[in-house]
Design a protein around this ligand. Sequence first.
Ligand SMILES: [Zn+2]
Length: 395
Amino acid sequence: MAGKWPHSQRIEDGRIIQYTTLKVRLYPNETQAELFENTFGCCRYIWNRMLADQQRFYLETDKHFIPTPAKYKKEAPFLKEVDNQALIQEHNKLSQAFRVFFKDPVHFGYPNFKKKKTDRDSFTACNHVFESGPTIYTTQDGIRMTKAGIVRAKFSRHPQAWWKLRRVTVEKTKSGKYYAYILYEYTVKKPEAVTPTPETTLGLKYSMPHFYVADNGGMADPPHWLKQSQEKLVKIQRKLNRMEPGSKNYQEAVQKYRELHEHIANQRRDFIHKETSRIANGWDAVCIRGDSMGEMSKRLKRGNALEAGWGTFRERLRYKLARQGKALIVVDRYAPTTRTCSACGMIQDHEVGYKERRWVCPKCGMVHSREINAAQNIKAQGLAQYFSMQEREAA
Ligand SMILES: [Zn+2]
């Protein structure tokens, strides 16, 4: 998703659209700081009002509906004093929070009311380009925003002239510092396509204990700290189940749970980021199996810290490769990659079970590690698929 990563991209009509976020320290003057303070407050206010009305409406009619910020301006005229864009963004954020909640209530909780004490002071505004110019733009040592005017800013890196400014998030830290996160979008030319060879191609198979196993025997081996954090999380959750909801201890445990959850998410993101960079820079193509994420999580009885990361891993890998003109080749998920002997090509008529780490080919006698053999088949099948497609395109 745009903006979620400091550098992310998507491919549209053969062009690569790249996103970059610049983090900039802000030095608002007194009036601007006061305006920011009001904006943080109005954003929390509008979020809470919309959420309360959503709940009421849902109870009364059984339908999901979130009123727009405009509806509240009559009874709360102070909302007119801040940037309307920031309020609209709260509506978008709340809608998004409900969208993910309805889709996956286990991983995404019901949207919470915001409190000044615990919630971050921040607001986001999108840039709109009118004939008279954009609503948000940067100068040599400042950033121009609606209502605030030019706020003094310190750039460690300046945006390129061709970057398009999409939106800005202003945040105040607990220690009272102001930062702006400026999201830019720009197009990059598609790089020359790199033709893979068997030597420069990697085959990967998803593996629950190792995250992935490669055709050359390499494994990601998720760091042990990830497992430790995960175990801690389960412990807190158990403790929570025994506690009196609403008590002070309960509140503290909830806070601890949230912090640890965030910590794990960061660890996982960091791990995935490093792994995908290492692979995309080191290989000319990667073959994987097109596993269905839904089926995979059904198969796994207990959630694993990294299981949720496989989809992200795949996507990150895809665009890190694409950026260098390299391919992520997805093999049909019904291809018999596990029960085919990578040495002689014999296909067994039954699956090799998850618990069997090794098996012996009845035809050629080769002893296989179940996962490495599968990764080798994924690579062979992927390359065959790649070259037959090239042939078809050339014909
Ligand atoms: Zn064999």
